[in-house]
Design a protein around this ligand. Structure first.
Ligand SMILES: NC(=O)c1ccc[n+]([C@@H]2O[C@H](COP(=O)([O-])OP(=O)(O)OC[C@H]3O[C@@H](n4cnc5c(N)ncnc54)[C@H](OP(=O)(O)O)[C@@H]3O)[C@@H](O)[C@H]2O)c1
Length: 296
Protein backbone atom coordinates (compact mmCIF):
# COMPACT_ATOMS: atom_id res chain seq x y z
CA UNK A 1 0.00 0.00 0.00
CA UNK A 2 0.93 3.66 -0.10
CA UNK A 3 1.44 5.56 3.13
CA UNK A 4 2.92 8.88 4.22
CA UNK A 5 6.14 7.95 6.03
CA UNK A 6 8.08 10.19 8.38
CA UNK A 7 11.67 10.24 7.16
CA UNK A 8 14.73 11.87 8.83
CA UNK A 9 14.34 15.60 9.57
CA UNK A 10 10.57 14.95 9.86
CA UNK A 11 10.26 14.93 6.06
CA UNK A 12 6.95 13.37 5.00
CA UNK A 13 7.07 11.20 1.88
CA UNK A 14 4.28 9.21 0.21
CA UNK A 15 5.91 5.79 -0.26
CA UNK A 16 5.16 2.15 -1.03
CA UNK A 17 5.21 0.17 2.18
CA UNK A 18 4.03 -3.30 3.28
CA UNK A 19 0.33 -3.58 4.18
CA UNK A 20 -0.15 -3.26 7.94
CA UNK A 21 -0.48 -6.55 9.81
CA UNK A 22 -3.50 -6.64 12.13
CA UNK A 23 -2.98 -8.02 15.62
CA UNK A 24 -5.45 -10.52 17.15
CA UNK A 25 -9.01 -9.15 16.87
CA UNK A 26 -7.94 -6.00 15.02
CA UNK A 27 -9.69 -4.83 11.86
CA UNK A 28 -8.09 -3.65 8.63
CA UNK A 29 -9.72 -0.49 7.29
CA UNK A 30 -9.51 0.38 3.57
CA UNK A 31 -9.08 4.09 4.14
CA UNK A 32 -11.17 6.58 2.15
CA UNK A 33 -10.85 9.80 4.20
CA UNK A 34 -8.41 10.94 6.88
CA UNK A 35 -8.83 13.68 9.46
CA UNK A 36 -5.97 16.19 9.73
CA UNK A 37 -5.58 18.00 13.03
CA UNK A 38 -3.22 19.85 15.30
CA UNK A 39 -2.61 16.60 17.16
CA UNK A 40 -0.82 15.25 14.04
CA UNK A 41 1.54 18.24 14.14
CA UNK A 42 2.19 17.70 17.85
CA UNK A 43 2.95 14.00 17.37
CA UNK A 44 5.29 14.84 14.48
CA UNK A 45 7.12 17.43 16.62
CA UNK A 46 7.51 14.88 19.40
CA UNK A 47 8.85 12.29 16.94
CA UNK A 48 6.06 10.04 18.24
CA UNK A 49 4.91 8.52 14.95
CA UNK A 50 6.22 6.82 11.80
CA UNK A 51 2.94 7.26 9.87
CA UNK A 52 0.75 10.13 11.14
CA UNK A 53 -3.04 10.09 11.38
CA UNK A 54 -5.34 9.29 14.30
CA UNK A 55 -8.75 9.08 12.62
CA UNK A 56 -9.90 7.57 9.33
CA UNK A 57 -13.12 6.57 7.63
CA UNK A 58 -13.18 3.55 5.36
CA UNK A 59 -14.48 0.03 4.84
CA UNK A 60 -13.78 -3.03 6.94
CA UNK A 61 -13.82 -6.58 5.54
CA UNK A 62 -17.62 -6.93 5.91
CA UNK A 63 -18.10 -3.90 3.63
CA UNK A 64 -19.40 -1.71 6.49
CA UNK A 65 -18.05 1.85 6.48
CA UNK A 66 -16.66 2.92 9.84
CA UNK A 67 -14.94 5.75 11.62
CA UNK A 68 -11.78 4.26 13.14
CA UNK A 69 -9.91 6.00 15.95
CA UNK A 70 -6.28 4.91 16.05
CA UNK A 71 -3.05 5.99 17.71
CA UNK A 72 -1.19 6.48 14.41
CA UNK A 73 -1.02 5.15 10.84
CA UNK A 74 -3.99 6.98 9.34
CA UNK A 75 -2.17 8.72 6.45
CA UNK A 76 -2.30 5.54 4.38
CA UNK A 77 -4.40 3.36 2.11
CA UNK A 78 -4.94 0.86 4.94
CA UNK A 79 -4.98 1.18 8.70
CA UNK A 80 -5.52 -1.25 11.55
CA UNK A 81 -7.85 -0.50 14.44
CA UNK A 82 -9.02 -2.14 17.64
CA UNK A 83 -12.59 -3.41 17.41
CA UNK A 84 -13.80 -1.14 20.22
CA UNK A 85 -12.55 1.91 18.30
CA UNK A 86 -14.78 1.39 15.25
CA UNK A 87 -17.90 3.52 14.93
CA UNK A 88 -20.50 2.87 12.21
CA UNK A 89 -21.01 5.45 9.46
CA UNK A 90 -24.51 5.58 7.95
CA UNK A 91 -24.94 5.31 4.17
CA UNK A 92 -26.11 8.89 3.68
CA UNK A 93 -23.03 10.40 5.33
CA UNK A 94 -20.08 10.59 2.96
CA UNK A 95 -16.66 9.57 4.20
CA UNK A 96 -15.11 13.05 4.15
CA UNK A 97 -18.00 14.46 6.19
CA UNK A 98 -17.89 11.51 8.59
CA UNK A 99 -14.21 12.08 9.33
CA UNK A 100 -14.83 15.83 9.60
CA UNK A 101 -17.18 14.94 12.45
CA UNK A 102 -14.90 12.24 13.89
CA UNK A 103 -12.87 13.07 16.98
CA UNK A 104 -14.01 16.70 16.90
CA UNK A 105 -17.67 15.76 17.21
CA UNK A 106 -16.91 13.43 20.12
CA UNK A 107 -15.02 16.23 21.87
CA UNK A 108 -17.70 18.85 21.14
CA UNK A 109 -20.57 16.57 22.18
CA UNK A 110 -18.70 15.43 25.28
CA UNK A 111 -17.81 18.97 26.30
CA UNK A 112 -21.33 20.36 25.86
CA UNK A 113 -22.76 17.35 27.66
CA UNK A 114 -20.28 17.63 30.52
CA UNK A 115 -21.38 21.24 30.96
CA UNK A 116 -25.00 20.00 31.12
CA UNK A 117 -26.21 22.87 28.95
CA UNK A 118 -29.96 23.48 29.32
CA UNK A 119 -32.31 25.51 27.09
CA UNK A 120 -32.07 29.26 27.46
CA UNK A 121 -28.55 29.26 28.91
CA UNK A 122 -25.88 31.54 27.53
CA UNK A 123 -22.91 29.61 26.12
CA UNK A 124 -19.63 31.15 24.94
CA UNK A 125 -17.48 29.09 22.53
CA UNK A 126 -13.79 30.06 22.19
CA UNK A 127 -12.12 28.84 19.00
CA UNK A 128 -15.59 28.62 17.44
CA UNK A 129 -14.31 28.56 13.84
CA UNK A 130 -12.05 25.57 14.54
CA UNK A 131 -12.73 21.90 13.95
CA UNK A 132 -14.18 21.41 17.44
CA UNK A 133 -15.71 24.87 17.77
CA UNK A 134 -17.96 24.71 14.67
CA UNK A 135 -19.51 21.54 16.10
CA UNK A 136 -19.74 22.76 19.72
CA UNK A 137 -21.53 25.87 18.44
CA UNK A 138 -24.14 23.75 16.63
CA UNK A 139 -24.57 21.24 19.47
CA UNK A 140 -25.04 23.95 22.13
CA UNK A 141 -27.54 25.68 19.82
CA UNK A 142 -29.37 22.36 19.32
CA UNK A 143 -29.69 22.10 23.12
CA UNK A 144 -31.53 25.43 23.11
CA UNK A 145 -28.69 27.64 24.32
CA UNK A 146 -28.01 31.19 23.19
CA UNK A 147 -24.53 30.77 21.71
CA UNK A 148 -21.88 33.47 21.47
CA UNK A 149 -19.06 32.45 19.13
CA UNK A 150 -15.55 33.91 19.46
CA UNK A 151 -13.60 34.15 16.21
CA UNK A 152 -11.04 36.40 14.53
CA UNK A 153 -12.76 37.22 11.25
CA UNK A 154 -16.01 38.89 10.21
CA UNK A 155 -16.47 36.33 7.43
CA UNK A 156 -16.18 33.44 9.89
CA UNK A 157 -18.56 35.27 12.21
CA UNK A 158 -21.20 35.29 9.48
CA UNK A 159 -20.67 31.60 8.82
CA UNK A 160 -20.99 30.86 12.54
CA UNK A 161 -24.32 32.67 12.58
CA UNK A 162 -25.59 30.24 9.96
CA UNK A 163 -24.50 27.40 12.29
CA UNK A 164 -26.62 28.74 15.13
CA UNK A 165 -24.50 31.40 16.88
CA UNK A 166 -26.75 34.22 18.08
CA UNK A 167 -23.85 36.58 18.80
CA UNK A 168 -20.30 36.95 17.53
CA UNK A 169 -17.24 38.32 19.30
CA UNK A 170 -14.32 39.30 17.04
CA UNK A 171 -11.42 38.58 19.37
CA UNK A 172 -9.07 40.85 17.40
CA UNK A 173 -11.18 43.91 18.21
CA UNK A 174 -13.28 43.26 21.32
CA UNK A 175 -13.81 41.24 24.48
CA UNK A 176 -17.05 39.40 25.35
CA UNK A 177 -19.31 41.97 27.02
CA UNK A 178 -21.70 39.60 28.83
CA UNK A 179 -21.63 36.87 31.44
CA UNK A 180 -22.20 33.21 30.62
CA UNK A 181 -23.61 30.05 32.14
CA UNK A 182 -21.16 27.92 30.18
CA UNK A 183 -17.85 28.53 28.44
CA UNK A 184 -16.53 25.89 26.04
CA UNK A 185 -12.86 26.75 25.56
CA UNK A 186 -10.73 25.10 22.85
CA UNK A 187 -8.07 27.84 22.98
CA UNK A 188 -6.99 28.11 26.67
CA UNK A 189 -3.79 30.23 27.03
CA UNK A 190 -3.43 33.15 29.44
CA UNK A 191 -6.90 34.49 28.55
CA UNK A 192 -8.49 31.71 30.60
CA UNK A 193 -8.27 34.14 33.49
CA UNK A 194 -10.42 36.88 31.97
CA UNK A 195 -12.89 34.32 30.64
CA UNK A 196 -13.32 32.66 34.06
CA UNK A 197 -14.35 36.12 35.28
CA UNK A 198 -17.29 35.97 32.86
CA UNK A 199 -18.98 32.97 34.53
CA UNK A 200 -22.39 33.60 36.04
CA UNK A 201 -23.36 32.01 39.38
CA UNK A 202 -23.29 28.19 39.05
CA UNK A 203 -21.46 28.56 35.72
CA UNK A 204 -19.46 25.75 34.10
CA UNK A 205 -16.18 26.18 32.23
CA UNK A 206 -14.99 23.30 30.02
CA UNK A 207 -11.35 23.43 28.94
CA UNK A 208 -11.06 21.06 26.00
CA UNK A 209 -8.16 22.37 23.91
CA UNK A 210 -5.07 24.51 24.02
CA UNK A 211 -4.52 26.25 20.70
CA UNK A 212 -3.35 29.40 22.54
CA UNK A 213 -1.11 27.49 24.95
CA UNK A 214 -1.18 26.14 28.50
CA UNK A 215 -2.39 28.69 31.09
CA UNK A 216 -0.28 29.45 34.17
CA UNK A 217 -1.83 28.45 37.51
CA UNK A 218 -2.63 32.08 38.27
CA UNK A 219 -5.12 32.08 35.36
CA UNK A 220 -7.38 29.96 37.59
CA UNK A 221 -7.38 32.45 40.50
CA UNK A 222 -10.91 33.75 39.68
CA UNK A 223 -12.34 30.38 40.75
CA UNK A 224 -11.38 31.15 44.36
CA UNK A 225 -11.80 34.91 44.13
CA UNK A 226 -15.40 34.33 42.99
CA UNK A 227 -16.06 31.50 45.46
CA UNK A 228 -19.61 32.79 46.05
CA UNK A 229 -20.43 31.90 42.41
CA UNK A 230 -19.95 28.13 42.96
CA UNK A 231 -18.28 27.81 39.56
CA UNK A 232 -17.21 24.47 38.11
CA UNK A 233 -14.09 23.99 36.00
CA UNK A 234 -13.90 20.84 33.88
CA UNK A 235 -11.02 19.66 31.81
CA UNK A 236 -12.23 17.36 29.05
CA UNK A 237 -10.04 15.00 27.07
CA UNK A 238 -11.48 12.31 24.82
CA UNK A 239 -8.69 10.04 26.02
CA UNK A 240 -10.48 9.68 29.36
CA UNK A 241 -13.80 8.62 27.82
CA UNK A 242 -14.30 4.82 27.91
CA UNK A 243 -15.20 3.09 24.61
CA UNK A 244 -18.83 2.45 25.65
CA UNK A 245 -19.35 6.14 26.43
CA UNK A 246 -17.68 7.17 23.15
CA UNK A 247 -20.05 4.87 21.28
CA UNK A 248 -23.09 6.45 22.95
CA UNK A 249 -21.68 9.90 22.18
CA UNK A 250 -21.19 8.94 18.49
CA UNK A 251 -24.80 7.70 18.40
CA UNK A 252 -25.99 11.05 19.75
CA UNK A 253 -23.87 12.86 17.14
CA UNK A 254 -25.41 10.78 14.33
CA UNK A 255 -28.91 11.45 15.71
CA UNK A 256 -28.26 15.21 15.64
CA UNK A 257 -27.03 14.86 12.03
CA UNK A 258 -30.11 12.81 11.09
CA UNK A 259 -32.38 15.42 12.70
CA UNK A 260 -30.70 18.20 10.71
CA UNK A 261 -29.35 19.87 13.86
CA UNK A 262 -25.68 19.16 13.16
CA UNK A 263 -23.68 19.16 9.97
CA UNK A 264 -20.05 18.40 9.28
CA UNK A 265 -18.04 21.50 8.44
CA UNK A 266 -15.15 20.88 6.10
CA UNK A 267 -12.44 23.29 5.24
CA UNK A 268 -10.18 22.17 2.35
CA UNK A 269 -9.70 18.59 1.23
CA UNK A 270 -6.33 17.44 -0.13
CA UNK A 271 -5.27 14.20 -1.82
CA UNK A 272 -3.11 11.94 0.38
CA UNK A 273 -0.07 12.87 -1.73
CA UNK A 274 -0.45 16.48 -0.50
CA UNK A 275 -0.34 15.65 3.21
CA UNK A 276 2.39 18.23 3.80
CA UNK A 277 0.26 21.02 2.33
CA UNK A 278 -2.71 19.87 4.44
CA UNK A 279 -0.62 19.98 7.63
CA UNK A 280 0.72 23.43 6.73
CA UNK A 281 -2.83 24.62 6.19
CA UNK A 282 -3.82 23.37 9.67
CA UNK A 283 -0.68 24.90 11.24
CA UNK A 284 -1.52 28.25 9.67
CA UNK A 285 -4.60 28.26 11.95
CA UNK A 286 -6.95 29.90 9.48
CA UNK A 287 -9.17 26.96 8.58
CA UNK A 288 -12.92 26.99 9.16
CA UNK A 289 -13.86 23.51 10.35
CA UNK A 290 -11.94 20.37 9.51
CA UNK A 291 -9.14 19.69 7.00
CA UNK A 292 -9.45 16.28 5.33
CA UNK A 293 -7.17 14.05 3.22
CA UNK A 294 -8.74 11.80 0.60
CA UNK A 295 -7.52 8.54 -0.89
CA UNK A 296 -8.10 7.57 -4.49
N1 LIG B 1 -10.09 17.52 24.33
C1 LIG B 1 -9.73 16.62 23.44
O1 LIG B 1 -9.89 15.40 23.62
C2 LIG B 1 -9.12 17.10 22.15
C3 LIG B 1 -9.15 16.28 21.02
C4 LIG B 1 -8.62 16.77 19.83
C5 LIG B 1 -8.03 18.05 19.80
N2 LIG B 1 -7.99 18.79 20.94
C6 LIG B 1 -7.37 20.14 20.99
O2 LIG B 1 -8.38 21.13 20.83
C7 LIG B 1 -7.80 22.34 20.32
C8 LIG B 1 -8.63 22.87 19.16
O3 LIG B 1 -8.66 21.91 18.13
P1 LIG B 1 -9.33 22.26 16.74
O4 LIG B 1 -9.15 21.07 15.86
O5 LIG B 1 -10.70 22.81 16.95
O6 LIG B 1 -8.32 23.40 16.24
P2 LIG B 1 -8.39 24.35 14.98
O7 LIG B 1 -9.30 23.77 13.96
O8 LIG B 1 -6.98 24.68 14.63
O9 LIG B 1 -9.13 25.65 15.54
C9 LIG B 1 -8.73 26.37 16.64
C10 LIG B 1 -9.29 27.79 16.51
O10 LIG B 1 -8.88 28.52 17.66
C11 LIG B 1 -8.78 29.90 17.31
N3 LIG B 1 -7.54 30.41 17.87
C12 LIG B 1 -6.28 30.22 17.41
N4 LIG B 1 -5.41 30.88 18.20
C13 LIG B 1 -6.15 31.47 19.18
C14 LIG B 1 -5.83 32.29 20.30
N5 LIG B 1 -4.57 32.66 20.55
N6 LIG B 1 -6.84 32.72 21.09
C15 LIG B 1 -8.12 32.36 20.84
N7 LIG B 1 -8.49 31.60 19.79
C16 LIG B 1 -7.51 31.15 18.98
C17 LIG B 1 -8.75 29.99 15.77
O11 LIG B 1 -9.97 30.58 15.33
P3 LIG B 1 -10.15 32.18 15.19
O12 LIG B 1 -8.84 32.73 14.70
O13 LIG B 1 -11.27 32.34 14.21
O14 LIG B 1 -10.50 32.64 16.57
C18 LIG B 1 -8.74 28.52 15.31
O15 LIG B 1 -9.56 28.30 14.18
C19 LIG B 1 -6.36 21.98 19.95
O16 LIG B 1 -5.51 22.42 20.99
C20 LIG B 1 -6.37 20.44 19.88
O17 LIG B 1 -5.11 19.88 20.15
C21 LIG B 1 -8.55 18.36 22.09
Amino acid sequence: MKAVLVEPQQRLVLSETPDPAPGPGQAVVEVEAIGVGYVDIMYLRDGATSVPGVEVVGRVESGQRVLALILSGGYAEQAVADPDQLYPVPQNLDSADAVALGVNALVAEGAVRRAAVVPGERVLVRGASGGIGVLATQIAHARGAEVTAVTSSAEYGERLRTLGAAKIVDRTRERPGETYDVIIDTAAGPQVREHLELLRPNGRYVLCGGTAGVPEMEAFAPLMANFHNSSTLFTFSLTSVPPEERRKSWDRVLKLVEDGQLSAVRDRTFPLAEAVAALQHVEHGKSFGKVVLLNG
